[in-house]
Design a protein around this ligand. Structure first.
Ligand code: PLP
Length: 391
């Protein structure tokens, strides 16, 4: 018998992938399934970015690169950080990684161990809790509130900090809720963090470019007092429809860069070279494809929220960012997992139960609106019809 390390039993997963697998199976069996379960843009990567990767391969960029990423890419990220967030970042504080998830892994691996506590948003991206528990640290959920547009209360977060707290994870705009934390709430949080200098912060801003209604994205990098303990997670996956390329960046405090780079050397060595060159084109090339994509998401956002609010038993606030709607479904009399399964099996609509994102996700479903308007309308019509027949 092989004996696995104890941490393996504590690793979780992303249920969205399980729903996707079940939906695919049903599709293969001939069922007509509308998939609103997946968390990736339904657009192709813009062609200028694809061409840059092809050119890099033709130009002979086939070898290892520095573990923290090629210098011109880190410079392009620094320039982007200046243009979009108004912060001056030394390119040597930037670590290029294969996807935003890897910055998350590095930060949690760096601070998590038995006896430590890490605060994470709930409902939130399921990998936060999974990785925290894998390290043996205690995962402490921060409740997000529907009544606050799925933001946290800074006061509640600060009250959960103990001498054992090592890391606080913040995600805005958020998966799975589409919630955006208002700048005033961040101000309060950062102000309160002065009293807790032992706490590092991981700000997951992977959806920073997907925001609506002209409200500018409030970045945690705007607070110079956090510079020595803030890790910024961002990347190309969502902004440039590049989820399959595996490319992300972290901005690290100076004293942690060496540790992040060492983790890279011990795991993936570097991101494949051609993808890094494509990343430069993405940041420095024309941005009209990004703008068009966000405008399309915005139109669908309005459609889906209106449609969801027409379903008896559903109540859905307007999300401020990302491409998810997170309706409260308690009025249907079902729990979230039951309704998820029922909608997939009986209505042919794949969505994800809020409980896949944490204990505070009970009573909610996640709908991804990275799908056509027709698919969104048809999905909601099917749900209405299904619930009409079964209430
Ligand atoms: N952070 C959040 C909140 C996400 O939703 C995702 C992907 O779904 C990631 C990070 C990971 O992004 P990537 O695909 O670049 O690893």
């Amino acid at each position: 018998m092989l004996k696995l390390a104890a941490g393996m039993a504590r690793l979780g997963t992303e249920s969205a992938f399980e729903v996707l697998a079940r939906a695919t199976k049903l599709k293969e069996a001939g069922r007509d399934i509308i998939n609103l379960g997946i968390g990736q843009p339904d657009f192709p990567t813009p062609p200028n970015i694809v061409e840059a990767a092809v050119k890099a391969l033709r130009d002979g960029h086939h070898g290892y690169t520095p573990a923290n990423g090629i210098r011109p890419l880190r410079e392009a990220v620094a320039e982007d950080m200046w243009n979009r967030r108004g912060v001056q970042i030394d390119p040597d504080r930037i670590v290029i990684v294969p996807g935003g998830k890897v910055t998350m892994f590095m930060a949690i691996a760096m601070f998590g161990e038995p006896g430590a506590e890490i605060l994470y948003p709930d409902p939130g991206f399921p990998i936060y809790r999974s990785l925290i528990e894998w390290t043996g640290a205690k995962a402490v959920p921060i409740a997000l509130h529907e009544s606050k547009g799925y933001a946290f209360s800074a006061e509640e977060v600060l009250a959960q900090i103990t001498p054992r707290t090592r890391l606080l994870i913040v995600n805005s705009p958020a998966n799975p809720t589409g919630g955006v934390v208002p700048r005033e709430e961040l101000d309060k949080l950062v102000d309160g963090l002065r009293a807790h200098p032992h706490v590092a912060v991981l700000s997951d801003e992977i959806y920073a470019r997907i925001v609506y209604d002209g409200v500018p994205h409030a970045s945690m990098t705007a607070y110079p007092e956090l510079e020595d303990r803030l890790i910024l997670l961002d990347g190309w996956s969502k902004t440039y429809a590049m989820t399959g390329w595996r490319l992300g960046w972290g901005v690290w405090p100076k004293h942690l860069v060496e540790h992040a780079t060492r983790l890279a050397i011990n795991t993936h060595s570097c991101v494949n070279a051609a993808t890094q060159w494509a990343g430069i084109e993405a940041l420095k090339g024309p941005q009209d494809a990004v703008e068009a994509m966000v405008q399309a998401f915005d139109r669908r956002r309005k459609v889906i929220v209106e449609e969801l609010n027409r379903i008896p038993g559903f109540r859905c606030p307007m999300p401020g960012g990302a491409f998810y709607a997170f309706p409260n479904i308690t009025g249907t009399g079902r729990d979230a997992r039951t309704l998820q399964d029922e909608l997939l099996e009986k209505a042919g609509v794949a969505v994800v139960s809020g409980t896949s994102f944490g204990i505070y996700g009970e009573g909610y479903l996640r709908f991804s609106y990275a799908a056509s308007t027709e698919a969104i309308q048809e999905a909601c019509a099917r749900i209405r019809a299904h619930l009409g027949r079964n209430t």
